[in-house]
Ligand binder design. Structure first.
Ligand code: PMP
Length: 290
């Protein structure tokens, strides 16, 4: 059976689920989105995803046409309708259908989409072996221009760095910000570990406030690992003992090479492995049951 997609208040099949070519999400990247996962019927940190969605909406002055509580229910219902327990959920709210001009006042009704499906961005073996990565020429959006804390539909910055990584023959890219500080991956936050201290860049440097990032910081604190948010440079990545990336789709994935420099022993490190193990546990309990 074809998957059932929530589209503006109705459930429609994948084949029927289409939006107008005049939708400003399509024409201008004018909208916001979320990527969420459910594990064994538990929607991991759903409330936090919903909060970020409404924060992004507020920042771009987009009125989501339902309450956050109702939105949570729509997400759970979409998962249930598709008989899923383990899923990847994509939520999109765009400015909606307008005319060809970019002015959003011509878009009376936002488009709301919830898709519950699956995703697998890296083969399983990479979680055991780790990723090869590079830093790329394209810099993270300057927060003064388009703040990366907004999970907007404008992902061209991220797409470009993914292309640059692909062209270099590696799986993932690390983006620097406009000042040369490490910002994040193409769709993941970054952590480095040196001498037992775990560091992730503060999001004001230009990074999304990742839900997985927060989960890892919570776990690190619970386990008593020193964990700080501090600016760092490429050099600090090169000399780290361990590096890993976090994201809803990627989960926690070790990095074993950056710009030709082998990280630590060239294998996923013990702290990364421990954090991944603890993260996997809480994905089944921390969140909202469908
Ligand atoms: N940074 C960017 C640019 C992202 O798109 C994402 C989401 N995939 C992340 C970081 C990680 O955020 P989260 O852990 O909330 O998925």
């Amino acid at each position: 059976m074809s998957i059932q997609i929530y589209l503006n208040g109705q459930y429609v099949s994948k084949e029927e689920a289409s939006v107008s070519v005049f939708d400003h999400g399509f024409l201008y990247g004018d909208g916001i989105f979320e990527g969420i996962r459910s594990y064994g019927g538990n929607v991991f940190r759903l409330k936090e995803h919903i909060e970020r969605l409404y924060d992004s909406a507020k920042s771009i002055m987009l009125d989501i046409p339902m309450s956050p509580e109702k939105f949570e229910e729509v997400i759970c219902e979409t998962i249930r309708k598709n008989n899923l327990t383990d899923s990847y959920i994509r939520v999109v709210v765009s400015r909606g259908k307008g005319d060809l001009g970019l002015c959003p006042t011509k878009c009376p009704k936002p488009t709301v989409i919830v898709i519950a499906d699956s995703i697998s961005i890296y083969p399983k073996e990479l979680y055991e072996k780790g990723l090869r990565t590079i830093t790329v020429p394209t810099r993270r959006n300057n927060p003064d221009a388009l703040n990366p804390k907004i999970k907007s539909l404008n992902y061209l910055n991220n797409v470009l760095v993914k292309i640059e990584a692909n062209q270099a023959g590696v799986s993932e890219a690390i983006m620097l910000n406009h000042q040369g500080y490490v910002a994040e991956g193409s769709a993941d936050n970054i952590f480095v570990i040196r001498k037992g201290k775990i560091v992730t860049p503060p999001t004001y440097l230009g990074a999304l406030e990742g839900i997985t990032r927060q989960a890892i910081m919570d776990i690190a604190n619970e386990l008593g690992y020193p964990m700080v948010e501090e600016p760092f440079t490429r050099h600090d990545v090169y000399i780290a003992d361990e590096v890993f990336l976090t994201g809803t789709a990627a989960e926690v994935i070790p990095v074993i090479e950056v710009d030709g420099r082998v990280i630590g022993s060239g294998e996923p490190g013990p702290i990364t492995k421990k954090l991944l193990e603890e993260f996997r546990k809480i994905t089944y309990t921390d969140g909202t049951k469908i």
